[in-house]
Every structure is written in C-alpha cells, then in structure tokens.
Write a protein that binds this ligand. Sequence first.
Ligand code: FES
Length: 132
Amino acid sequence: MDTHPAQSPSPIALCRLDALVEGAAVALDAVAQAGGEPLDLILLRHAGEVRAFRNVCPHAGRRLDYAPGKFLLQRGQLICAVHGATFDAADGRCVAGPCRGEHLQAVAVRVEDGLIQLAPNQHPAAISGTSD
Ligand code: FES
C-alpha cells in the first residue's frame, strides 16, 4: 500500500505573459514524454485572454503557420495558411473556409506569477518554441 500522497507534476512554463502581446500568436513545440504524442501548440492573446490550441487544422491536419511560428492573425481571426480556413481566436471555431463549424483543439493553460503554464493534465517533457 502506498502511504505517500500523490504528487502533482511541476507546472511547465510555456512563455512569459508579457511576451505574448495582444493580437499576436506564437508556436510552441512540446516534445511529449515517451509513448505520448507530440504537442504542437499555438499560443495567442485575444481580448486580454490567453488561448492555446493544438497547431493542427481540422480540415486536413496540417499546421496553421505559413512559416515556423508565423501566423495569419487579424481582427481576432486566425487563418490557416494552407487552404484559408478562418478560426475565431476566442474559441477556435472555424467561421469560414473548408471546415466551417469545426474547431481547433483547445489546450488548457493557466497564468501564474506572470508565466503562461501548461495545465497539469497536459504534461509534455520539454518545450521549445518560435515566436511571431
Ligand atoms: S489544412 Fe487548414 S484549411 Fe486546409
């Protein structure tokens, strides 16, 4: 019988909150733990809120950036560089394009002590990133 309380994993910082300016997006490539899936993220700030989504377009499964870490983000809409699907930055819903009505997969993040962190239930082993 295990007498030690379960320890929650340490939070993983993705980037500083003040480095993510309103209306900008960054790409972060998380290397998953052995046996896990890679976690390619889009981190953006919209209406003061931080949002994170998997960098996988629901249309054809491609990354949304037109170059590593470079996104088309205009007036609260994130546009996939491959075929132009347009997503609401607030909730990841496709509002125009070939996958209208589908959603980007949201990833839970939190802000603590000025750092954007991956929520404890989504824990990769390492993070690397490129920014816009
Ligand atoms: S892969 Fe994004 S619109 Fe086709």
